[in-house]
Ligand binder design. Structure first.
Ligand code: ZN
Length: 411
């Protein structure tokens, strides 16, 4: 997915705006002596930007448009220290709404839908992003914000909401409440637009079955407008993203080099027309891959796969980048084993070895089961692990996902 001529032109325009404004990335470019790019190779030499750079620019160091054009700021949560402040011009707010409207349309949502919005409003981009897009579409918005399940369910029935916008965990909670209260026949929901945190297929299936609705993953992050920069189309899991507003790259997080289409790596985003706070080659630390080829739905927008985790989870084994989510997916596809697992990586006789421990009852043929699992893991990651089966209940029940991977190579 090489950068196009048109996109290069837009990047050059943003480079000039950044340098002129002397905002944090503008200074970076100036120091590197960069005034523009001419080719894809040039583009791939541009320095990355990182969340820590954005933090350092607090409070308004990212502002690239003149003050009189800035109409709003948003902020990403500052759980790990200083928050990031993103200034928006009126055009940025409008562009974001156009992208979000496109997301709704891709999901088959129309101006006859009634959209109940449960993500939070305020400094962050969630609630208001869902709302702007819905209003652009001309749908009726029911702006609930989070919490107050009694009221949510009351409004859902009285307003006959047809679309639920929510996190996956809140959608599941609502689904369970509806079931518990026996009000399913009073609910008119048809679709759910779910903020794309990583959620398991099992969770998706439960929400889908209990609410009987079609589910869509919406992608986005505060640093790049907010939610609404990509969504899957009906019947597909990969997400279309809007390449007239954004250029996406997938890089090897360890080397920073672009990987071929189809390979997993870190999503890096360049905003092509953003004014308030343009970002060039922003490292999201989200893992996905470009899905090559044209989508069955006929849309020409390119696609990324569902988010597979964070780069912090990545393991390098036998020179191959492996992500726990890949193993987890394989494990989840075998009914004979429990959902518990443990991965141990060790270095023996100059070689990396990966052992995967899983649980099954004695009713199954462990030898054949373990070789089938090993084969399937190999087809996903490229090398064969050692799969060991133990009795159900033997593996430690841990709350933390990370505790399931034990790397003994560096002890
Ligand atoms: Zn499609």
């Amino acid at each position: 997915m090489q950068i196009s001529e048109k996109q290069i032109e837009l990047v050059n325009d943003r480079i000039q705006a950044l340098v002129k404004a002397g905002s944090f990335y503008g200074k970076k470019l100036k120091e590197a002596g960069i005034t523009g790019i001419h080719s894809a190779e040039d583009f791939e030499k541009l320095p990355f930007s990182e969340k820590s750079d954005l933090r350092e620019a607090y409070p308004l160091g990212l502002m690239t448009a003149p003050e009189e054009e800035i109409v709003r700021i948003h902020s990403s949560s500052g759980t790990t220290g200083t928050p990031v402040i993103i200034p928006y011009t009126a055009k940025d707010v409008d562009d974001w709404a156009i992208m979000f409207k496109r997301c709704y349309e891709t999901a088959g949502i129309t101006n006859m839908d009634r959209i109940q919005i449960t993500p939070g409003y305020g400094l962050w981009t969630a609630g208001i992003g869902f709302q702007n897009g819905a209003e652009k579409l001309g749908a009726m918005v029911i702006p609930m914000g989070p919490g107050n399940t009694d009221k949510q369910l009351q409004m859902m029935q009285d307003m006959k909401s047809t679309v639920l916008c929510s996190t996956s965990s809140y959608a599941l909670l609502l689904a369970e409440e509806i079931e518990k209260r026996g009000i399913k026949d009073k609910i008119h929901l048809k679709k759910g637009v779910i903020g794309s945190e990583r959620w398991s297929d099992k969770m998706r299936e439960r929400i889908h079955n209990e609410l009987g609705i079609e589910l869509f993953d919406i992608y986005g992050l505060t640093e790049i407008y907010g939610p609404g920069i990509g969504i899957n189309c009906p019947g597909e899991t990969a997400m279309h993203y809007w390449d007239d507003f954004l250029y996406l790259e997938i890089i090897d997080p360890a080397t920073g080099k672009n990987v071929p289409d189809g390979e997993i790596g870190e999503i890096v985003i360049t905003t092509l027309v953003k004014e308030g706070a343009p970002l060039i080659r922003y490292r999201t630390h989200d893992l996905s891959r470009i899905v090559p080829g044209k989508c069955k739905c006929g849309r020409c927008y390119p696609r990324i796969d569902v988010i597979m985790g964070r780069t912090d989870d990545m393991m390098k084994i036998k020179g191959v980048n492996v992500f726990p989510s890949q193993i987890e997916e394989v494990i989840g596809s075998f009914d004979e084993i429990s959902s518990e697992y443990q991965i141990r990586i060790s270095h023996l006789d100059g070689k990396d070895t990966m052992r995967i421990y899983v649980e099954a009852s004695g009713d199954h043929d462990w030898a054949s089961l373990s070789s089938r699992i090993a084969e399937k893991v190999k087809s996903r990651i490229g090398f064969t692990p050692i799969v060991k089966i133990v009795e159900i209940g033997v593996l430690p029940r841990s709350m933390k996902k990370t505790a399931r991977v034990i790397d003994e190579r560096y002890d």
